[in-house]
Design a binder for this molecule. Sequence first.
Ligand code: GLU
Length: 298
Amino acid sequence: MAYVGRFAPSPTGPLHAGSVVAALASWLDARAHGGRWVVRIEDTDAPRCRPGAAETILLQLSRLGLQPDVPPVFQSTRQALYGAALDRLMESGLAYPCACTRKEIEGALCVAGTEPQRHRERVYPGTCRAGLHGRPARAFRLRTSTADGGDLIVDWADRRLGAQRQNVTQDVGDFVLKRADGLWAYQLAVVVDDAAQAVTDVVRGEDLVDNTARQIVLQSALGLRRPNYLHTPIVLAVDGHKLSKQNGASAVDTHDPGAVLATLGAAGHMLGLEVKAATRADWLARAAEQWQARWMAP
Ligand code: GLU
């Protein structure tokens, strides 16, 4: 199977020190495998997208020498594909409509005595699993249990982190595929597009590792191939939290060749690469060699 890697930024702002690590790692992995590298702009969550951010990201990538092998794809143009996937899941009984508001879900969880936990998503109590009982559908969810009603446990291997396991039923529950505001959920869009773009290897930041089991569940529900996964170290802000556009991470500097080399050097350092080179082309070629030695099985 021909290697295809991808970088899938959400255009909520320019590339920062954290997102450059994911971009560089996925590019290096594609180069080291002699494969193709695609860029997908994940603009399904329109309210979070910033005007001009996609163009800025593409310009930053090109200044860094990280050129996609095919023109970038925008998720906002691919709604029909997500709709078709949801139809298939509905037909097979794996997805169902949900009428619950956030307040109703909280109420049902309170009655069940489930305390909210910090940094953990609330597990949907399953109210609409047995039907809407005349209430209007708001969202669509994936049923996360085995055919005989058991817990859905996903085992998978990360190329860097090793063996991973998640009980999707207990830890996540029936997750949203299409939101009450009509927007497609990240999980569905990413799985449909990774398959449509024939992605063989997902290389992205470790902050997303927790989503992988859900994506594997969706792949098997849709009969799609499971890609290989490699989650990279993430860049932390001074307060110890993951550096993100939301906590004010600043755009990486790509304004001249010196700044480009410094930006690549900092991202490479996060990936355990120590490259000395005078030009961008040299830097990228040496980094790809080091990547090959470090992250690819002999
Ligand atoms: N669009 C997601 C983000 O920017 C990344 C999705 C992925 O790599 O799977 O956080």
